[in-house]
Design a protein around this ligand. Sequence first.
Ligand code: FPP
Length: 245
Amino acid sequence: MTKTRHNQLPAKIPAHVAIIMDGNGRWARERKLPRLAGHRAGVDNLRRVIEACGEFGIKYLTLYAFSTENWDRPENEVRGLLNILDDVIDRELDELHENEVRLWHLGRLERLSDELQEKVNHAIELTRDNDRLVLNIAWNYGGRDEIVHAIEKIIASGFAAEDIDENLVSRHLYTAGCPDPDLIIRTSGEFRVSNFLIWQGAYAEWYVTPTYWPEFGREELLAALIEYESRDRRFGRVPGPAKSY
Ligand code: FPP
C-alpha cells in the first residue's frame, strides 16, 4: 500500500483496466465485522476508483463483482450481494449517467429476479450513448462460461467451421466491441486468475497488491498505472523486423 501522493500522471495510460476486487471478507474479519460489511465497504470504494479512472483518462473499467462460483457462498452472503447490486443501481445510476458513464453487464442475468434483471437492463439502456467511461460489471460471470456461451451463439447463428477464427469468437463474448484489458489488477495479494477474462486477458499486464479492496484508492490505482508504464509489452514478439515466412 502506498501512502505517497503522486501528482505526475504517467504518459502511457491503459485504455482498459480490469479489477478483481478481492479481500472484502478479510477486511471485515480484521475489524470483527460481518463479511457483508466488507462488501458494503467495497461498494463505498467503487466511487473513489471510478472517479479516479475518469481523472486518469481510463476509457474502460471492468469490475469482477460476482462470479459463477460465488453462488456457492452462504445464502445470506449471496442474498446480501444481490441486495447490494439492487441498491447500487437505485442509488448511483443517475449520477453515473450525469457523469457520462456507460454501464454494461458481463455474464448471465438469468439467475437474477425479473425485477433485478429489468433494473440492470434499464441501466444499460439509459446509459447506452455515454462515452466518457465504459463500466463493465461482471456479475454471474465466469470466463469459461463466457466462452461456452459464445460457442452456443456462434453455432445458433449458423457459422461453419471454416468461419471460426479469433475475431469471430471475440465478437461473441460479453465484451464484444470493447478492447482487451491492458491491465488487470487483483487486490488482497492473491496470485490467481479466478476464471476472469481468460480469453481477453491473454496479453494483459497484471498488478497484484496486498491491499484489500475497500482500501484500494486513487493513490494505489496511480501506483498500478506507474508500474504499467514501466512494462515492456511485447505480445510474444521481439524487437526488430519480422521475417516473412
Ligand atoms: C471478493 O472478496 C469480493 C466479492 C466476491 C464481491 C465483490 C463485490 C462488491 C465489492 C460489490 C460490487 C457491487 C457492484 C454493483 C459492482 P471476498 O469476499 O472473496 O474476500 P475474502 O477473500 O477476503 O474473503
